[in-house]
Design a protein around this ligand. Structure first.
Ligand code: PEP
Ligand code: CO
Length: 447
């Protein structure tokens, strides 16, 4: 179907995974109100991220995209946000220090509230309830009324995104991310572990290098790049009404930007070439990600590239592979070749989590094994090494907290320990120690 793109032209296309709002008038009124709210991010920031991603597409930078599977309205304290930032900053330090490659830091944060679901219903014992679709739509509580989509949640999501972003900006620009503070990013439960101690050694070396520069007469207090960090926001562009309400035209260039986040991605379930989601993101100028699962074909890859990046701008399109550890080495090579042979600049990144989720046999809790996550990452790096292409980044679900949601890691989480601190409202996340461990392993794969 051909239409001229505008922020609501997606409505002419089939839109999967949209809630059934009980009161359409209330839903439309909420969108109208959201459209009057100030943007959450600014066009110049998006352009800076776009050029950083362009460097990554050319093999000169590495993307670290990480955060919760689903952010929670209940759990967005300063401490939770700070802990998440700390662990991502630590991972970035490990990666940069070990590989010498600049790391672009993108959080699944300040807007990651909408979830696609495999089934519209889920079972709690004998009771079947409408599925939880993320806090921007309904509540995770197992109660029929709590599951009814509520448009006012979109306003709360906007407000929570704004307050999270405000804190992120002050942490990253106000001194907390200063490289001379690398020691202070380690949380207590991480400090005592093997990964924590390995990190301390790196932090010590960085401090020594800074002291050396100061002794040579470099005034470090004047070096902004040492004191501030660029930290970008992202979420899945799933709820199209919300995204289009926050889409604005840049008066200087006439281009459209979705100003709810710096970059957005399309999920595996909604990446249909003729669907509403690809139509919507095809018209916005933010850098775009697209998840690709094990059933992706060469034709689909080329279709996505043509639709989302017809002008072949490096950094515009990131393809996030989530194939499963057993399948990646078989499936990925021909897809990478297809894009390369057609001259499409793609930033290839690996989400080693979503193809490797299973239910623990004892507790029934959804989990992932650290070793299997590493196996998919190894497969991803191996394929790119073989083809001479750049493994441009990783996409990870994690939290800074000491949770027990994923199995394994150097200080192993065992199957019977899963329910000790299982707090996620959606998919299982790596804890702070497992995340740092993963950063070291990725650094080794990259060099
Ligand atoms: C996610 O990133 O949380 C997600 C649902 O991923 P995917 O679309 O790859 O299943
Ligand atoms: Co997830």
């Amino acid at each position: 179907m051909q239409t001229t793109w505008n922020p609501t032209s997606w409505k002419e296309f089939p839109a999967l995974q949209q809630p059934e709002w009980p009161d359409l008038a209330e839903y439309e009124a909420t969108l109208k109100e959201l459209a009057t709210y100030p943007p959450l991010v600014f066009v110049n920031e998006i352009r800076t991220l776009q050029s950083a991603l362009s460097m990554a597409t050319q093999g000169k930078a590495f993307l670290l995209q990480a955060g919760d599977c689903a952010e929670s309205f209940q759990d967005h304290s300063a401490q939770t946000i700070q802990h998440k930032l700390k662990v991502i900053l630590q991972m970035a330090v490990v990666l940069t220090y070990s590989t010498g490659v600049p790391v672009i830091k993108v959080g699944r944060i300040a807007g990651q509230y909408a979830k696609p679901r495999s089934s519209p219903f889920e079972k709690y014992g004998d009771v079947e309830l409408p599925s939880f679709r993320g806090h921007i739509v309904n509540s995770e509580l197992p109660d029929f009324t709590a599951r009814i989509p509520d448009p006012s949640r979109m306003v709360t999501a906007y407000q929570q995104s704004a307050s999270s972003l405000n804190l992120i900006r002050s942490f990253t620009k106000g001194g907390f991310a200063d490289l001379s503070k690398v020691h202070t990013w380690t949380q207590e439960f991480v400090a005592s572990s093997a990964e924590g101690q390995r990190y301390e050694a790196v932090a010590f070396e960085i401090e020594r290098a800074l002291r050396f520069m100061a002794a040579c007469g470099i005034d470090l207090s004047k070096e902004q790049v040492l004191q501030q960090v660029n930290f970008w926001t992202s979420h899945e562009a799933l709820l199209l009404g919300y995204e289009s309400a926050l889409t604005r035209q840049d008066p200087a260039t006439g281009k459209w930007y979705d100003l709810s986040a710096h970059t957005l991605w399309i999920g595996e379930r909604t990446r249909d070439l003729n669907g509403a989601h690809l139509e919507f993101v095809s018209g916005i100028s933010n850098p775009i990600g697209c998840k690709i699962g094990p059933n992706t074909t060469r034709d689909q890859i080329l279709g996505i590239c043509e639709k989302l990046n017809p002008r072949r701008i490096p950094g515009r399109l990131t393809l996030i592979t989530r194939m499963g550890a057993e399948k990646i080495t078989d499936i990925l090579p021909s897809l990478v070749e297809a894009a390369r042979d057609e001259g499409h600049p793609v930033l290839w990144t690996s989400d080693p989590m979503h193809g490797n989720t299973f239910s623990s046999s004892g507790s029934g809790l959804k989990t992932r094994s650290f070793d299997v996550i590493l196996k998919e990452l190894k497969g991803f790096f191996e394929v790119h090494k073989e083809l001479g292409t750049w493994p441009g980044g990783v996409h990870i679900e994690l939290t800074g907290e000491d949770v027990t949601e994923c199995l394994g890691g150097a200080e192993e989480v065992l199957e019977h320990e899963l329910d000790m601190n299982y707090n996620t409202i959606c998919d299982p996340r790596l804890n702070g120690r497992q995340s740092l461990d993963l950063a070291y392993q990725v650094a080794e794969m990259l060099i």
